[in-house]
Design a protein around this ligand. Sequence first.
Ligand SMILES: Cc1ncc(C[n+]2csc(CCOP(=O)(O)OP(=O)(O)O)c2C)c(N)n1
Ligand SMILES: [Mg+2]
Length: 341
Amino acid sequence: MNAKNSVQTKPRHEQLGLSETAVVDMYKYMVLARKFDERCLLLQRAGKINFHVSGIGQESTQIAAAFALDRERDYFLPYYRDYGFVLSVGMTLKELMLSAFAKADDPNSGGRQMPGHFGSKRLRIVTGSSPVTTQVPHAVGVALSAKMQKKDIVSFVTFGEGSSNQGDFHEGLNFAGVQKLPVIFLCENNQYAISVPIKKQLGGKVSDRALGYGFPGIRVDGNDPLEVYRVVKEARERAVRGEGPTLIEAMMYRLSPHSTSDNDLAYRTKEEVDENWKKDGLPRMKTYLMECGLWSEEQEAALAEEIKQELKLAIDEAERASFPNPEDTLLHVYANDGEGQ
Ligand SMILES: Cc1ncc(C[n+]2csc(CCOP(=O)(O)OP(=O)(O)O)c2C)c(N)n1
Ligand SMILES: [Mg+2]
């Protein structure tokens, strides 16, 4: 990612129609998501929260995608590593911490699902479930509804490359292709499905599968937020023009273990992980912004301090909040008054 292709040309974000504020905001969300994630790993090790599934290494794609969508109107079906995405569409640190601490006021599930199982009526984040890939046909259903109601919105769904081998993926993509639905399928290919490396998961490219369903499939460097932004923006424009779905495969690397219950060095080497840290999108974006004169070390330090304070506040509030009542266990499981509020 170079700031300028040549002396004469405009910086890349300007070529893409991104304002200076927007491109700086993208980076701020990248740092916010990273710091949130690192803190959750520490909170889990300290015994304060039970479990965390990290999105470290995937933030560049998640945040760029959010910026390319209509964050006020589109529908979102993110998966469990998408902290960067949900923060970018308006979920607050406090809401995420209430979820991490499994508290009653967690807007995602009232503290009843694992953290990372996002859901927010306010933010049009459709609630997800633990069986991977179920969100894909759900997203297709949302897109069908948008088409029937002639709304110029899209449904956006993410999933891992391991999940792209589930039947739900193929059924969802086929139906979306037949009906030319306004849906964007984003595969966050982090090269592992728990302990199974990409070589043992896929004989070809995930993006090539789109051909069989009759719509474009694009592979992109997931550590290059401006490129991801470009591709998702184009996919959105196609979708609202009525030209149907797009499958995007963003290449990245899962820099953390699968979850806090996993020891990744049982199946991959430290050298391999270290090698992939060199491709991390965060320092790349920082360098880009500095080359454009939009960012400085002073701003970096101020941002880090600001996030530290915000995290402290969110953690204090989440720690003090109440756990769900045991008698509310079946709330939202069976139909009852007041559901879906
Ligand atoms: C249907 C189903 N099968 C298995 C699992 C257990 N499981 C949870 S995450 C995961 C790996 C998914 O890999 P991938 O789709 O590449 O996503 P990643 O975790 O790498 O982001 C598996 C097998 C599950 N949750 N649901
Ligand atoms: Mg994966």
